[in-house]
Design a protein around this ligand. Structure first.
Ligand SMILES: [Ca+2]
Ligand SMILES: [Ca+2]
Length: 512
């Protein structure tokens, strides 16, 4: 068979190498001499591979055990062809890090508790059930059962529903025990138990077909409705059921604004763990004045948000359009930024409706507008200003928004600052890592994002910042307590104004 060209070249090369070997040449010369002299060839040619200095071949009858193989191997005895079982000396396995016993350290649903903990809890709960008539616990018994579980009082509705109480109107210890064992089986910390319980269908855990590691808006409704119905600070709201769903929506929107840092509309166990939400739910049972709970639940905050929306939503269909929003705060916002808000830059998914802003979206808008230092607000306005979505606010984008501010200042006869000067001031304020381009991180590192954003789209506040004495707000944290956020300050001021307005209206009516 003809050799393939490449192979032939290799054989030629090897042959040349072999024939150039001085020992081979010497041997060949000697053999040639012997042939010519008709002598017996005494030194047959040897393959260089069989020269004594080459390592010996392993006899084919001896197979080496794999170093990883600790089993007995079968060695064939080449002499009699019989198989002999022979134990090959096991190679010692070096101690690798993987064989060291590292305790488990990643617990996405929390660290499992000892079995005895569940038994202790169930024993305590059983005692509570023994106190109620017929062993039947109704809604109003659930606070003490929640406490017996070592949980905050306002988890009571979640426990009641999960045990199937929504359908039967009461629960027994047996129902509770089955439910609780199901909860603690896979969920070992407070946040994961909260998420598990909150997504429970009306019929209870026994009807749950699949579980999620996140919560959606509606999952919070039973908890907040129960807070309306049982918190001492909200008793006055019981007589106004038409506002219940507005209050619920407001609280849920605020929870998502603060805690859903991924903007997905799915509040994960991790996000809940990182937020202060569960601590606030815990705090509710110790604070009778709901307005002191400024995170999420304050009635005054709800009142301000809802009144602000009501003023803009003239036909009261719970949606506002661009023109409505333009009227907010006496046309303080620029049309260009309003266009961006309505473009879907800050609301996406199934809730987005072209040209319309829902009440939920308004809650986000108002908090972002009044608290421009909050991380979610910074992201909100960054999304609005990053027109091309490339992750940076460029000079072009800043100029685009500033243009409208200049037009407004001209119309009002106010002395305007040229864009170049404004740009210098803003770059000084933010001091971005890379010259002339502002990233989201740059803004998050900056302590004065309110000034930055107001410069580009809220003329009233921009002029306010210009005139404000930098030292006017200096305060003594030891004397005045923790500083309220911009949002808390705004909500408190607006609430007073709204109440004063209402008082004046009542007075007018009385005089008529
Ligand atoms: Ca409307
Ligand atoms: Ca951009």
């Amino acid at each position: 068979m003809a050799l393939k060209p490449k192979l032939k070249a290799k054989v030629d090369e090897l042959f040349l190498c072999w024939i150039s070997d001085p020992i081979i040449q010497q041997s060949l010369e000697e053999n040639l001499r012997q042939i010519v002299a008709s002598e017996v060839i005494t030194q047959p040619l040897q393959s260089p591979r069989l020269r004594p200095e080459s390592p010996p071949h392993i006899p084919s009858s001896h197979k080496l055990a794999s170093p990883r193989n600790n089993r007995q191997i079968i060695v064939t005895n080449s002499l009699n062809g019989k198989e002999n079982k022979q134990t090959v000396r096991e190679l010692p396995v070096p101690r690798t890090p993987s064989s060291v016993n590292i305790p488990r350290f990643y617990f996405p649903t929390g660290q499992p508790a000892a079995r005895t903990e569940t038994d202790t809890i169930l024993k305590r709960v059983q005692q509570e059930f023994s106190k109620v008539e017929g062993g039947k616990a109704y809604k109003h018994h659930m606070a003490m059962i929640s406490k017996a579980c070592g949980l905050p009082v306002y988890w009571k509705m979640l426990l009641f529903r999960a045990a199937g109480g929504e359908e039967t109107k009461f629960i027994t210890f047996q129902q509770f025990s089955t439910m609780w064992k199901g909860v603690v089986k896979e969920n070992h910390d407070t946040a994961s138990r909260f998420v598990y319980l909150s997504q429970c269908p009306t019929g209870g855990l026994k009807q749950m077909t699949s579980t999620r590691h996140y919560l959606m808006y509606d999952d919070f409704k039973p908890l907040i409705q129960d807070i309306i119905e049982t918190h001492p600070g909200l008793t006055f709201l019981l007589d106004a059921p038409e506002f219940h769903s507005r209050y619920v929506t407001t609280v849920i929107s605020r929870i998502f604004f603060c805690a859903n840092r991924s903007w997905t509309g799915k509040l994960t166990v991790q996000e809940i763990r990182r937020s202060n939400f569960l601590q606030i739910v815990d705090m509710l049972e110790r604070e009778e004045d709901i307005n002191e709970v400024t995170d999420f639940f304050s009635y005054q905050h709800f009142y301000v948000i809802y009144c602000k929306f009501w003023e803009l939503d003239r036909d009261h269909d719970l949606f506002i359009d661009k023109r409505d929003l333009f009227r907010h705060n006496d046309h303080a916002l620029s049309m260009r930024v309003i266009d961006r808000i309505f473009s879907g830059a800050v609301t996406r998914g199934s809730t987005f409706e072209q040209g319309k802003m829902s009440y939920t979206e308004f809650v986000w808008f108002l908090i972002a507008e009044e608290d421009k230092k909050h991380p979610t607000s910074i992201e909100y306005w960054f999304r609005c200003m990053d027109l091309d979505g490339d992750g940076i606010i460029s000079m072009y984008e800043m100029e685009f928004f500033y243009e409208e501010q200049v037009q407004k200042m001209e119309a009002l006869g106010i002395e305007k600052l040229p864009f170049e000067d404004c740009l210098c001031q803003m770059l000084d304020l933010v001091s971005p890592k890379v010259k002339d381009t502002i990233t989201l991180q740059d803004l998050k590192n900056c302590k004065m994002t309110d000034i930055f954003f107001d410069t580009f789209f809220n003329l009233d506040k921009f002029l306010d910042h210009e005139q404000r004495d930098a030292f006017a707000n200096l305060r003594d944290p030891e004397m005045d307590g923790p500083e309220p956020t911009d949002w808390e300050r705004y909500a408190a001021d607006e609430y007073e104004l709204l109440v004063a307005e209402e008082g004046a209206n009542d007075h007018e009516l009385e005089e008529m």
